[in-house]
Design a protein around this ligand. Structure first.
Ligand code: HAM
Length: 418
């Protein structure tokens, strides 16, 4: 027997309703804020992520699914959606259609991480990118969108954490302070931290091992330049005016290199170790880095698997998918053709029908209908057809009536609704 690859999931059956629910709410919320959908390829040239996400990040160092294709190109399964979206924005000259541009995406991402609850190697994100606005209004709007999305899902047990990680200018001073702080701890920190100290000192704050040192590290917010300070302040003021609850976290730096200024993460109270349901922030230099003109932008992404765990943990009721409303059973040669005709008539009226395609007796067909949780069953029999009628049965109560051939659709609809 073949088994699925570790860290991947088969998504089907009862669980599907949660996926439809989250995806529908995501599309609807994105629509409310003027976003249009973009679908980029699942794989890209490796270089895009090395340049975009950053050479010294965990994603690029340890987590990418990278392979050579038959043309000796280095290809990577996308670990995230921002770099591909920006690649597409630049490549397709979307700048020409005016700024800001609002794009959203829903789809699978791939990271070679140690699988555990809420952490897979193939997972799915809903992400939005607001391209072309330097204003704190844009930062605030993205956070408001994220908040509305979570509220629309019915979630309450979450916390929005925000921080500003400044710009190149103020980060220079901060990096110096960080280096100084770690200078006399280098023999005590992990190998990754030793490397980060040399290559990208800000990444020291991502360390999951030397957390105690991270806690005591200097805070970036004490080093912000005046422009970054006021941008951060304005963003917070707008959130306050809109009564969006958030917490400031001066140690929040995010694990991807493209960010500057405002960054944020959303954590859910019942998710355990992998508590981040979403994260994002501003990335004013990424578009230039990827070959376009300097275009201030920002965005965020949410992990759909984690959102679904949160929805289940909060016992949020989610409607069943409206399929298998009616089962059409039949008995006898002539009845089978009439039954398929009746099924099509019901489908013409938007009723979901399971038609019996097996050579089975009536009791087996009724059992099948019950197993599929069909609400109603229409039984088409030879004798009944002689009398120009069929039987309509309520599978939950057992109540059944005879209906004339011409009234099947109308009466079935009434029974579905009652
Ligand atoms: P990220 O924080 O790496 O950001 O991922 C966003 C969310 O994806 C996480 O908060 C988490 O819910 C989910 N996620 C990440 N890795 C996994 C995993 N292995 N298994 C399950 N869920 C996972 C980004 O990806 C940025 N591109 C977000 C962004 C968009 N920033 C600006 N625009």
């Amino acid at each position: 027997m073949y088994k699925r690859v570790k860290g991947t999931d088969d998504i089907y059956g009862e669980d599907m309703k949660y996926w439809y629910f989250v995806e529908d709410v995501a599309r609807e919320t994105a629509r409310l804020y003027g976003y249009s959908e973009i679908r980029t390829p699942i794989f890209e040239r490796t270089e895009l992520f090395v340049r975009g996400v950053g050479e010294d990040t965990d994603i690029v160092q340890k987590e990418m699914y990278t392979f050579e294709d038959k043309g000796n190109r280095s290809i990577t399964l996308r670990p995230e959606g921002t770099a591909p979206t920006i690649r597409a924005f630049v490549e397709n000259s979307m700048l020409a259609t005016g700024l800001p541009k609002r794009l959203f995406y829903i789809g699978p991402m791939f990271r070679y991480e140690r699988p555990q609850s809420g952490r897979q190697r193939q997972f799915h994100q809903f992400g939005v990118e607001l391209i072309g606005s330097p204003s704190s209004l844009a930062d605030a709007e993205a956070i408001v969108l994220a908040d509305r999305f979570l509220k629309n899902l019915g979630l309450v047990d979450y916390t929005i954490k925000i921080n500003s990680i400044g710009c190149e200018k103020c980060r220079g001073e901060y990096k110096k302070a960080l280096k100084k702080y770690y200078e006399n701890k280098l023999d005590k920190v992990c190998d990754d931290c030793k490397r980060r100290y040399e290559t990208n000192v800000l990444r020291l704050l991502d360390c999951k091992v030397d957390v105690e040192y991270v806690k005591g590290a200097p805070k970036i917010t004490d080093y912000l330049c005046d422009d970054c300070k006021s941008h951060y302040l304005e963003t917070k003021e707008i959130l306050d005016d809109l009564e969006i609850k958030y917490e400031e976290d001066p140690l929040l730096v995010r694990g991807l290199d493209y960010y500057n200024r405002v960054v944020f993460e959303i954590h859910h109270g019942k998710l355990g170790a992998q508590s981040a349901v979403g994260g994002g922030g501003r990335y004013d230099n990424l578009i230039k880095e990827l070959g376009g003109p300097k275009t201030p932008s920002l965005g965020f992404a949410m992990g759909i698997e984690r959102l679904i765990i949160a929805i289940k943990e909060e016992n949020i009721p989610v409607d069943d998918v409206k399929n298998n409303e009616v089962y059409v059973a039949h008995l006898g040669e002539r009845a089978r053709v009439e039954a398929i005709k009746i099924s099509e008539e019901l489908r013409d009226s938007d009723i979901s029908v399971v038609f019996n395609t097996m050579e089975r007796g009536l009791s087996a067909q009724l059992k099948h209908a019950a197993r599929l949780k069909c609400k109603l069953c229409i039984i088409v029999g030879e004798n009944e057809l002689e009398r120009n009628i069929v039987i309509l049965r309520n599978m939950e109560t057992g109540e059944q009536i005879e209906i004339e051939r011409d009234y099947i659709v109308g009466t079935t609809k009434e029974w579905i609704e009652k």
